[in-house]
Design a protein around this ligand. Structure first.
Ligand code: AMP
Ligand code: TRP
Length: 330
């Protein structure tokens, strides 16, 4: 009963990349054995940039199936779709009243997305991290497994929890980020100085976890490296460092071990073996995904059951919040 609670979410946009898998989802998988885990497809977050409705609807179920395909098991964790649990929006409104415009405006992701979507700098874009804080705080979460890019958002969640607890009395668990030491930032294959991103226009930059084997091999063979010949992990070798990190994550071997094995073997052989290791890791996921996505009714039934369980926990927190701030009981 005193297991810690773990919460995380992923937006149903673009495809689920190898970066998402290594930086976040593979840790969700490990944690489901040990903690009370709650994972969500955060569709409301995706609305902060313009989505095509038919595509969004398809993507939400597709991401849900992908999470199950990697091995998240509805018998072991709660899996649900964010918009199915309306308590998220309710708590967001309340937390908004405890969030300063200045602190929301300082968020790096808000500034970046405002730059990228200049004609659609909407309130939701600024409110994104408050909705994320509501996701986390509703479930009295102890640990949040995310990639490095979410660190600042997690800090805001912690600040909001502490602020609320200080004004009233202890109400929310103050969540801790869980950012892996290795793999928290998988980089683009074509521009290894920047993050591998779901929304990258350049299809060779990212690997989707359901890309077919030939495509994975060809993208890795085209990956940008450098003009040296030595496989070695060090500053200035972003491309090779990234491939070593990927290789290590999918094979379970250490970077040191791989670097010493491949040091003088040449980049072609190295890339070939990285590719094969990625294919081997992702192949079973792709097969399970194809089975799951063919059974929409089953996916919906799992999502519904997950939402009911999540909602029960969320309502308990909300009742407590309502009481503390002075709302009248229903
Ligand atoms: P998003 O793609 O923004 O919905 O992110 C889902 C999860 O994957 C978050 O925990 C991110 O921090 C993580 N993530 C996204 N891109 C990467 C990446 N390139 N490397 C490592 N983790 C990532
Ligand atoms: N903002 C996160 C991302 O882009 C997704 C997310 C939404 C999330 N709510 C969350 C992650 C709650 C962890 C916990 O990656």
């Amino acid at each position: 009963m005193n297991k810690k609670t773990v919460y995380s979410g992923i937006q149903p946009t673009g495809c689920l990349t190898l970066g998402n898998y290594i930086g976040a989802v593979s840790n969700w998988l490990k944690m489901q054995e040990e903690y009370n885990c709650i994972y969500s497809v955060v569709d409301l977050h995706a609305l902060t940039v313009r989505q095509e409705p038919a595509e969004l609807r398809k993507n939400i179920l597709s991401f849900f199936a992908l999470l199950m395909a990697v091995g998240l098991d509805p018998q072991k964790c709660i899996l649900y779709i964010q918009s199915h649990v309306p308590e998220h929006c309710e708590l967001t409104w309340i937390l908004n009243c405890y969030t300063y415009i200045g602190e929301a405006g300082r968020m790096t992701q808000f500034k970046e997305k405002s730059q990228r979507h200049k004609n659609n700098i909407n309130m939701g874009l600024m409110d994104y991290p408050v909705l994320m804080a509501a996701d986390i705080l509703l479930y009295q979460t102890h640990l949040v497994p995310v990639g490095a890019d979410q660190k600042q958002h997690l800090e805001l969640s912690r600040d909001l929890a502490e602020r609320f607890n200080n004004i009233y009395s202890p109400t929310f668990v103050v969540p801790e980020p869980y950012i892996p030491k290795q793999g928290a930032k998988i980089c683009s294959l074509t521009d290894p100085a920047s993050k591998m991103s779901k929304s990258d226009e350049d299809k060779n930059a990212t690997i989707s976890i359901i890309d077919p084997p030939e495509l994975i091999m060809s993208k890795i063979k085209k990956a940008v490296t450098d003009s040296e010949k030595i496989v070695e992990y060090r500053e200035g070798k972003d491309g090779i460092n990234n491939l070593l990190t990927i290789f290590s994550a999918v094979s379970g071997r250490t970077i040191e071990e791989l670097a010493s094995e491949y040091r003088d073997k040449g980049y072609a052989k190295f890339k070939n073996d990285v590719g094969e290791a990625v294919v081997e890791c992702l192949c079973p996921i792709r097969q399970r995904y194809q089975e799951l996505i063919a059974d929409k009714n089953y996916l919906l039934s799992v999502a519904r059951e997950g939402a009911e369980k999540a909602s029960r926990i969320a309502r308990k927190t909300l009742r407590k919040v309502h009481r503390k701030i002075g709302l009248v009981e229903r």
